[in-house]
Design a protein around this ligand. Structure first.
Ligand code: 3H9
Length: 691
């Protein structure tokens, strides 16, 4: 075996040149891999002892794509195109031996080979769309030629990979192997070389393109299918255009079209934002100061207190991954209702074909109901999910302290309250943590893991990795009112209310945020959550707050059919004159003069209020890093990922510009709310960005 580069080895076995890639963790196509592959293929052409070439990967996976870390600095020669052209032009048959995942540039490499051999657990896909780009090394031209245009459009526009069996049925994989991949792929390559004749090249195939040539409506249908999901994103449309080129242009011309559109996307802000987010998501799981030496606590049985919407959703997360869970309620009726809702949720999923009836039963079987808190005594993790009332939570934790087994983790799902106060009622504050799920808890991916002043390191580590086990994206946050997500949201809500008082129509405020890319604006969001969240009759101030006035009228949002908006039978919002009138009356009562407010000011005030609060959150150490705030906002609050999250967005505007605007609004409104975060001032003055 000869090392061609530090990432690629060359060996000849039984007349087959085996190019072995070793670039952990995912064998990305870094410079050393590209250079090694190119030299290896060229060497094999010259080598008289070689009659076939096999590309094989060490480690946990075949090539998972281009090396995304190289994107920002530009790729050094040889580019992937050059490498794949060499593979494609090889005079000797080429075989890719695939295990793990063949993604993006990895699948493109495999598609440049004459043959693909895979183990039965592989996943093959072109997920570039999720990075704001498109498969730029021939993937959009080759995949439709193998799997057909319709399937390729589906794979390329969603980025979702397909499994081995389907890949085999579609002809994307020529042979599935059960045993030793390397040995069997080697034998396969040898056999193909021995058979001789022409070896198929994907670029030459036309048969699978014909149906789309006969039925060009297929593209309009693809656009229609993704319209809702792809709103605001550039990449899905660009991907479709490339597949259209595959159908309508000769191969090399199609490649040129692909290359041109790839460069356009790659140099744009959406790609930068989505690639930032790829790393942000992975970075979020890392905990500064807690290393490998800290052991995790085992979690085999979970208890949930409260069978309401939140508790039920939380319990479903455990059952979905096979962890037994006991839900405790105080009354039989509430328990029955909660368990009924869970069953109904699962049955609805089954109706959509995403669960089998057996899976419904299996998951429901993992969720036990109980009226006795004592039944949680043997749980490794107990999650309290009752309504937001400190006295009630303290009482529960006092009881848990008495009954939970030693070492059990005691978690609160509070969305805003002081976790340290809750922990203080126990004799074991080191075992207390916050696990803030977002509603609906069985759907939303975000989990804020709240570190109290005394929470032990192993409890934090367990909380973070448990989140991963139940398929959540966890972000570690510190204690303050509202933690990271809600605290920043409160700032935006405050501004949206102010804007409406100052004369910006509330529905226009919502529309501007929707057009920015959020699924809905602040008023619609409040209607969805229920206006009575956090509202108390005793402290209500209907003369000062339109929301309080609506609550007193029993108009609590979607659930009552009206709130800021009216809702039709399909729950679509219809703007109400009453809300506008209420704001006008409240403005008058408060002596606020209404004026024309530009779209720019509305959007600025909504977004900059979040950024300024985000800077304070960072300064106080409530979030570990700026990109964690981005993860919270994309996964928890619908910030459009093609804008990267609030802190990335601030960086892209330039912190000096952000500060200038914040100072402008401070002066314009005279409201100390706009006092800029000292941390933001420091970074802006030093010409830096949020890191
Ligand atoms: C492309 O191919 C463009 C071409 O079409 C055209 C070019 C001209 N590069 O996710 P994990 C790192 S675009 C660099 O935690 P898992 C990742 O950051 C690419 N680094 O593991 C992490 O680092 P750290 C198309 C990468 O087992 C570590 O590997 N391909 C890359 O849960 C482990 O990752 C994709 O979009 C990369 N390509 O999941 C696939 N991939 O440990 C992207 C991973 O320091 N990757 N890293 O935090 C994935 O989807 C998942 O990583 C994978 C493994 C499913 C492979």
């Amino acid at each position: 075996m000869v090392a061609i580069t530090n990432m690629v080895d060359y060996a000849v076995e039984d007349g087959v040149a085996v190019l072995t890639l070793n670039n952990p963790p995912v064998n990305a196509l870094s410079h050393g891999v590209r250079a090694g592959l190119l030299q290896g293929v060229e060497k094999a052409q010259q080598d008289q002892a070689v009659s076939a070439i096999l590309i094989y990967c060490e480690g946990r996976t075949f090539i998972a794509g281009a090396d995304i870390t190289e994107f920002s600095s530009g790729m050094k020669e040889p580019g992937l195109h050059q490498v794949l052209t060499a593979i494609d032009n090889s005079a000797k048959p080429t075989v890719a031996a695939i295990h793990g995942t063949a993604l993006g540039g990895g699948l493109e490499t495999a598609l440049s080979c004459n043959y693909r051999v895979a183990v039965s657990t592989v996943k093959c896909g072109l997920p570039e769309v999720n990075l704001g780009i498109l498969p730029g090394a021939g993937g959009t031209q080759r995949l439709p030629r193998v799997v057909g245009v319709e399937k390729a459009l589906q794979m390329i526009t969603t980025g979702v990979p397909i499994g081995a069996v389907e890949a085999h049925q579609l002809g994307l994989v020529d042979a599935l192997v059960e045993g030793d991949l390397r040995a069997e792929a080697l034998a396969f390559a040898k056999q193909k070389a021995a058979e001789g004749g022409e070896h198929p090249r994907v670029r030459d195939r036309e048969d699978k393109l014909q149906p789309a040539r006969d039925n060009p409506e297929i593209f309009a249908m693809a656009r229609q299918m993704i319209a809702k999901r792809a709103r605001g994103f550039l990449a899905p449309e660009y991907n479709i255009r490339c597949v259209e080129a595959a159908v309508n242009q000769p191969f090399d011309e199609g490649l040129n079209t692909e290359g041109k559109l790839f460069m356009e996307l790659m140099s744009g802000p959406q790609a930068r934002s989505q690639q930032h987010f790829f790393f942000a998501e992975r970075e979020a799981s890392k905990i500064a100061g807690i290393g490998k030496e800290v052991a995790e606590r085992p979690i085999n049985k979970v208890g949930v207190i409260g069978a309401g919407l939140m508790g039920g959703g939380i319990a479903m997360n455990m059952a979905n991954v096979g962890i037994p869970v006991t839900i405790v309620e105080t009354k039989q009726e509430a328990l029955d209702r909660g368990l009924g809702v869970i069953r109904k949720n699962y049955e609805n999923t089954a109706k959509k074909g995403r669960l089998s009836p057996e899976q419904v039963e299996q998951r429901c079987g993992l969720i036990q109901g109980s009226l006795a808190l004592d039944d949680l005594a043997d749980c490794d993790l107990i999650i309290e999910a009752v309504f937001e009332n400190m006295a009630v939570k303290k009482q529960i934790f006092t009881n848990l302290d008495k009954l939970a087994k030693p070492g059990a983790i005691l978690a609160s799902n509070t969305s805003a309250l002081d976790l340290n106060d809750i922990a203080a009622v126990t004799s074991r504050p080191e075992d207390v943590i916050g696990l803030h799920f977002f509603s609906p808890a069985n759907v939303m991916k975000l989990l804020e893991v709240v570190r109290g002043d005394k929470t032990a390191d192993d409890v934090i580590k367990t909380g973070m990795s448990f989140a991963k086990r139940i398929k959540k994206v966890a972000v570690l946050v510190g204690v303050c009112f509202g933690f990271v997500g809600n605290r920043i949201l409160f700032s935006r809500q405050y501004q949206s209310d102010k804007l409406a008082l100052e004369g910006a129509n509330y529905a226009r405020v919502d529309k501007l945020l929707y057009d920015f890319g959020f699924p809905m604006g602040p008023f619609q969001m409040a209607d969805l959550a229920g206006l009575d969240i956090g509202w108390l009759k005793e402290t209500s101030k209907p003369d000062l707050f339109v929301k309080d006035r609506l609550c007193e009228m029993g108009e609590l949002g979607q659930k009552t059919g009206s709130g800021y908006y009216d809702y039709d039978e399909k729950r679509r919002p219809v703007p109400r004159q009453q809300t506008t009138d209420f704001y006008l009356e409240t403005s008058k009562a408060l002596g606020v003069e209404q004026r024309d407010i530009s779209d720019e000011e509305i959007l600025d005030r909504l977004l900059l209020s979040m950024i300024n609060e985000g800077a304070k959150v960072l300064d106080e150490g409530i979030a570990q890093r700026a990109s964690d705030i981005d993860v919270v906002y994309v996964y928890g609050y619908g910030w459009p990922v093609y804008r990267g999250g609030p802190m990335h967005y601030a960086n892209s505007l330039g912190l000096d510009k952000v500060l200038e605007k914040i100072r402008h609004y401070h002066q314009l409104t005279g409201d100390d709310f706009w006092a800029p975060s000292p941390y933001l001032v420091k970074l802006a003055e030093q010409g830096e960005s949020f890191k």
